[in-house]
Ligand binder design. Structure first.
Ligand SMILES: [Zn+2]
Length: 368
């Protein structure tokens, strides 16, 4: 499941890990290494799969060539297959979104990193860069936190994935051909926080999208936290701790069904107990194993599992094949009176191997 990356040449040739501390460093880090406490990793992904965290001194969390730190502003290099415009269109489609907002072709949101909550403005000046500016007094004083902010944005916009093989594949695919021409440069905008991704999947079950956004907003405003910055309020999704301690009655007040309240509290408790983490899912090494782990949890069926693997874990083969929106998009593109059957979708998607998540994300865009 190794993903192709757009910037290997800018990254370190290998990473040095400290076994006891479980941190990984660039080879040039000035930390002291004892040979018996040292392990070498071929890639950042290998180090993180082994449970190692990036070093706060050398900021190994990002390839050095992928970002520039000007303290009050960070710049991220974007691949050629990136259109700020297409991604903005996607992000600004939902007026009821409560975790970020778009204004004047810029995106605003709070990005909590440990004890700090920087608020950022993201823009692009058509220079193949994303610019991340810290607002008010929220600029993190430590470089490693700024690096984590850059990494969050890079992850949010899925800048790591090389879309060229997907575009090549789409050239000869009846459905995807039109999708990639219409939405060229669109990225699978993610939900990097696992708890938020699972909650969003559960909240959205069996209700329409506008009501799902309303429930999310109620949940965030009732149990999340907020930060004031430049006369605006920025909301942060509740943590598993915030939700694990609630009763079903607390959540029912938001007008969620009793079942959904149970599911959300159950997932929060599992996460607080460390029984489900993004690392564990990522470390399964296999998309089917990760799906199996998720569907064992109450409230998570195959649709929600695949949705989470697609939007949070970014597993390229994740495929919410039962998704009504996907069915409607295919029906629209084919101009047929009926929605396709599952067998038909299986046939249509036979050549999408390893790009099912991207295919779904692109096809969804036809619904708007
Ligand atoms: Zn280091």
């Amino acid at each position: 499941m190794e993903k192709t990356t757009s910037y290997p040449k800018w990254d370190a040739p290998y990473f040095t890990g400290k076994k006891i501390e479980k941190i990984y460093c660039f080879p040039w880090c000035t930390e002291k290494f004892h040979p018996e406490n040292t392990i070498r990793f071929q890639s950042r992904a290998n180090a993180e799969q082994a449970g190692y965290r990036p070093c706060r001194k050398c900021c190994s969390t990002l390839p050095i060539g992928a970002w520039t730190d000007k303290q009050s502003e960070l710049t991220l290099v974007v691949p050629k297959e990136f259109s700020f415009n297409e991604n903005m269109k996607y992000l600004s489609k939902e007026p009821n979104e409560c975790l970020f907002y778009c204004k004047n072709h810029r995106i605003y949101r709070a990005i909590p990193i440990e004890a700090e909550t920087p608020v950022v403005e993201i823009r692009s000046d058509q220079d193949n860069m994303l610019h991340i500016r810290f607002l008010g007094t929220t600029m993190p004083s430590c470089k490693w936190i700024r690096a984590e902010v850059a990494r969050y944005v890079r992850d949010w916009f899925d800048l790591d994935t090389d879309l060229r093989p997907f575009y090549d594949l789409a050239k000869s695919d009846a459905l995807l051909q039109r999708a990639v021409t219409t939405f060229s440069g669109l990225r699978n905008i993610g939900i990097p926080d696992l708890f938020e991704a699972i909650c969003w999947g559960i909240i959205g079950q069996q209700i329409n999208l506008p009501f799902a956004y309303t429930l999310k907003r109620r949940l965030v405003k009732a149990f999340g936290r907020s930060i004031e910055c430049d006369d605006e309020t920025y909301w942060i999704f509740p943590s598993p701790h915030d939700i694990a301690a609630l009763t079903i009655e607390d959540l029912k007040r938001l007008q969620m069904t009793g079942k959904k309240c149970e599911y959300l509290i159950g997932v929060a408790q599992l996460m607080v107990e460390g029984k489900i983490t993004k690392e564990q899912l990522g470390n399964c090494g296999d998309y089917k194993k990760a799906e199996n782990m998720l569907v064992k949890i109450r409230g998570i069926g195959p649709w929600t599992a695949n949705y989470v693997l697609m939007r949070c874990l970014r597993m390229p083969s994740a495929f919410p094949i039962d998704d009504v929106g996907l069915h409607n998009a295919i029906k629209y593109l084919q101009g047929t009176p009926q929605k396709p059957t599952k067998a038909e979708i299986v046939k249509l998607s036979a050549t999408w191997t390893n790009w099912e998540a991207y295919a779904t994300f692109y096809l969804w865009r036809f619904l708007y």
